[in-house]
Structures are given as C-alpha cells and as structure tokens.
Design a protein around this ligand. Structure first.
Ligand SMILES: C[S@@+](CC[C@H](N)C(=O)[O-])C[C@H]1O[C@@H](n2cnc3c(N)ncnc32)[C@H](O)[C@@H]1O
Length: 200
C-alpha cells in the first residue's frame, strides 16, 4: 500500500481543494501572482477551454517561465492572458466579473528574491478583485512572512480582512500554529449572497 498524503500538512493542497469548490468550467478567474505558472496552470485546468485565466506578474522572467510551462503543457492560447504588470493595476485590465482570484505572495522561487509582493499593492489588488467578485466567489491569499517585507504584509492583510464588512464578506484564516520557521498561512474571502447577508 502506498503512503497516503497527509492533507492537513499540505497548505498548497488545501488551497487547491478550495479552488475546486468555487471554480467551474467556463469561469473567469485571476492569478494575481503568476511566478512559475504552477497556479496559473491549475486554474486553467479548472476553467477549461471555455473559461479564462488572467495572470499577472511584475517580472518578465515570471511571464516567460509561465509561457514556457503552458507551451510545454500544450494549453490552448484562448483560455489565458499573461499580463506583465503589477496586480495593483488589475482594474485597468479586467472589466468582467470573476469567480475567483488567487494570490501566492512573496518572491519568485529560483528568481530575484529582492522583488517581493508588498502590502500596499497587494491590498489595492484585493480591493479591485472584491469589486469584480461574483456572489459566492472566492479570493485566496497564500501568505509568507519569511521574506523581508512579509511580516508587515501579513499584519496589514489580516487587519484588512478582519475589517471587511461582515454583511458582505466572509473570511477564513488557516495558520499552522505549532510549526517552526514561519510557515505560510492561508486567507480566504468570499462574497456572500444577499440572503446570507451579502449584497446583489
Ligand atoms: C511566490 S511567487 C508566485 C508563485 C506562483 N503562483 C507559482 O505558481 O509559481 C510570487 C510572485 O509575485 C510576483 N509579484 C511581486 N509583486 C507583484 C505585483 N505587485 N504584482 C504582480 N506580481 C507581483 C513576483 O514577481 C513573484 O513571481
């Protein structure tokens, strides 16, 4: 018998599991931090050929790596748009409603570690995504406090999420509270239906 993966210890698996509950074939979604394209590819598989993934990164290197990955996987060009811009400019590029937006914060693995996400631009991006988010849509944020600006970013994000209008949004925060070396944590925000206290 093979070794079973221990789901609770795999934050990435937990994250992908949530995405699959909220994203369907044909949906439009945003990847706010493209990086190596691993998450972009997972999202493309969830939305399928009829859907669309808009992926952002400020580094050309990340866009090139993602392009290569998607080419290698023979992904249909029509179901994604790779945007070499900061996620704080999401509202300049996207004018349609989205089912989900995902952010995997920090720096590009195997890239320049001095280029990291920062609280000001991350929160601006989250506000724009909340404006585009459909009822029952999902925003997920993988937070790493291990990088230079990570601890301040985590503090600001948790403050931002805690202060969201509880009539309109529901938040969930997953933290590995007995682990060492500043493990990542996971923030989810969903927009509620009117009957659950949300707006139309
Ligand atoms: C941890 S990596 C993302 C990993 C990626 N999701 C994957 O599956 O490989 C974080 C990425 O965020 C990017 N980034 C940093 N600040 C950004 C910003 N303001 N807008 C968009 N991307 C940004 C970095 O360049 C880096 O590639």
């Amino acid at each position: 018998m093979g070794i079973r993966k221990n789901f609770l210890t795999q934050l990435t698996e937990i994250n992908s599991h949530f995405w699959a509950q909220y994203i369907s074939q044909g949906d439009t979604v945003i990847d706010g931090t493209m990086g190596n394209g691993v998450d972009t590819l997972k999202l493309i598989k969830l939305v399928g050929d009829e859907g669309k993934v808009y992926a952002f990164d400020i580094q050309k290197e990340a866009v090139n790596r993602t392009k290569n990955l998607l080419e290698k996987e023979k992904i249909n060009n029509g179901c994604f748009v790779l945007i070499n811009d900061s996620h704080e400019n999401i509202c300049c590029h996207i004018h349609e409603h989205i089912s989900a937006a995902v952010f995997n914060l920090g720096y590009l693995p195997g890239g320049d570690h001095s280029v990291t996400t920062e609280s000001g631009s991350t929160i601006k991006a989250l506000k724009d995504c909340l404006n585009l988010l459909k009822i029952n849509g999902l925003i997920s944020v993988m937070i790493y406090e291990g990088h230079e600006k990570g601890s301040e970013e985590k503090k600001s994000l948790l403050k931002f999420a805690s202060n969201l209008d509880k009539q309109k949004y529901h938040t969930l925060y997953i933290d590995m509270i007995n682990q060492n070396n500043q493990p990542p944590s996971l923030l989810f925000i969903t927009r509620k239906h009117k009957r659950d206290g949300g707006h139309e």
